[in-house]
Design a protein around this ligand. Structure first.
Ligand SMILES: Nc1ncnc2c1ncn2[C@@H]1O[C@H](COP(=O)(O)OP(=O)(O)OP(=O)(O)O)[C@@H](O)[C@H]1O
Ligand SMILES: [Mg+2]
Length: 431
């Protein structure tokens, strides 16, 4: 290992190479430190055999370029990469908060947190999808927490780099990726799309909410792959009855065997999840536990105390949840434009928000003002109008009466003929 560390140090002279952070099926991850920038990093080394393959290295370069251009709060930033001889190194942000798998098996997640984490992952995945990058290996081991508790998607495109073809099986018959989260079309060598990552994300959420996977096969990988490809998953509420029906319906649609029956994009899946969460747990659900979820320009950190929740969110993709075993066609409601869960945010009371530095502020209400107070001022003028008209009419009538009473007296004083209108006031004529 010392020799390996030295090889990496030679390839990355600006960095000190530290301990091994972890090992996966596709290589080793080292801690590192950029001396001049004083920045801690994680360095992923692809397996030597893979790195020696020219085709793998070409794909690695192509993917690294796209990854480096991704800038999303829920995607691990890539700082550097090196491809030389039989070394392929990816330098990325150090995420010291552990993996989603580790958290799930130690502290576990409340249902709201599980959904919030998946919402964040959906936002990160969507950012890559719109750049034409599929993840292909979404699983709890590839979701890591940063120092501030923000979850980030890692290992984008690595399955493609190593697997090459659009199937999980390599020519040698090995499985590239993780069979428990593999989408049916990945097993069958079908066309992959964002719905492929949606399937894996729905599997991940199913597992977080229930503690079990939708398919199991006692370690028999081929049997497990067959089930993913051709069988319907066990309905989520059969294994986790406490999961709200709205949320379970979204998860089950994400697990549809036919990709055309799933949510077509990670964004559509996120929107449906956010709306289902709002219906199940109320408008505060996303901010109540403080799970950082960055959606577009805003980071939700806490609810506003005393805010009056507005009316429930308008019905969306999950408004009429499909039966778990017969998901509706994907021609159902199109994804909303914008970021994955904006409906949940705008549907809820104004949470305390932090603007992310690079973001364009969203054209939303004043965050300091609770949502329920907003329309009051604008509706006030129409209610005042009838009262104003009544006061004016009364004033006009009073003026008319006064004029009728005063006129004869004024005429008398200025020499109007006696017997004229109003009579002859004695006090004046006596003098
Ligand atoms: N950016 C990072 N910051 C901190 N630790 C990391 C980072 N990336 C990976 N790790 C650590 O390295 C371990 C191995 O990661 P790796 O991606 O190689 O394997 P994996 O995801 O468990 O499996 P697979 O090989 O299927 O992806 C992770 O479990 C994690 O502990
Ligand atoms: Mg990984």
């Amino acid at each position: 290992m010392q020799a390996e560390r030295q090889r990496i140090a030679d390839a990355l002279p600006a960095y000190d190479i530290g301990e091994v952070l972890g090992r996966g099926g596709w290589g080793v991850v080292f801690a590192g430190h950029h001396r001049q920038l004083d920045r801690s990093v994680a360095i992923k080394q692809l397996p030597t055999a893979a790195a020696a393959d020219v085709a793998v290295r070409r794909r690695f370069t192509a993917e690294a370029r796209v990854l480096a251009s991704l800038d999303h709060p829920h995607v691990v930033p890539v700082y550097d990469f090196v491809e030389r001889e039989d070394l392929c190194l990816l330098v990325m942000e150090l995420l010291p908060g552990g993996t989603l798998r580790e958290r799930a098996t130690t502290t576990g997640f409340a249902a709201t947190d599980a959904v919030a984490v998946c919402l964040a992952c959906a936002a990160g995945l969507n950012a890559a999808h719109v750049r034409g990058v599929l993840h292909r290996d979404v699983k709890p081991e590839n979701m890591l927490f940063g120092a501030s508790g923000t979850v980030k998607v890692t290992d984008f495109g690595i399955a493609k780099v190593l697997g090459g073809a659009d199937t999980m099986l390599t020519r040698a018959g090995d499985v590239v990726g993780t069979p428990s989260y593999v989408a049916p079309e990945q097993v069958r060598g079908g066309e992959l799309s964002p719905a492929t990552d949606v399937y894996a994300l729905a599997t991940m959420l199913y597992e977080l909410l229930s503690g079990v996977l939708p398919f199991t096969a006692d370690g028999d990988v081929m049997s497990l792959l067959f089930k993913h490809a051709y069988e319907a998953p066990v309905p989520l509420r059969d294994v986790a009855p406490d999961v709200p029906a709205e949320v379970a319906a979204v998860v089950m649609r994400g697990l549809a065997t036919d990709p055309a029956e799933r949510y077509p994009t990670a964004e559509a899946f996120g929107v449906a999840l956010a709306e289902a969460g709002t219906r199940a747990w109320g408008a505060h659900w996303l901010s109540a536990d403080g799970m950082p979820v960055v959606l577009g320009a805003e980071r939700i950190v806490a609810p506003t105390r005393g805010a009056t929740p507005p009316a429930p969110a308008p019905a969306g993709p999950a408004a009429s949840p499909p039966p778990a075993t017969a998901p509706p066609p994907a021609t159902a409601p199109p994804p909303a434009t914008g970021t994955a869960a904006r409906p949940a945010v705008t549907a809820g009371p104004a949470p305390v928000r932090e603007q992310t530095p690079a973001a364009v502020p969203a054209p939303e209400r004043d965050p300091a003002r609770p949502a329920g107070e907003e329309p009051a001022e604008e509706e006030e003028p129409p209610r005042r109008r009838p009262a104003v008209v009544a006061v004016v009419v009364v004033l006009v009538l009073l003026l008319a009466v006064l004029a009728v009473w005063l006129l004869p007296r004024v005429l008398t004083v200025y020499g109007a003929p006696a017997g004229g209108p109003g009579g002859d006031p004695p006090a004046v004529t006596a003098t």
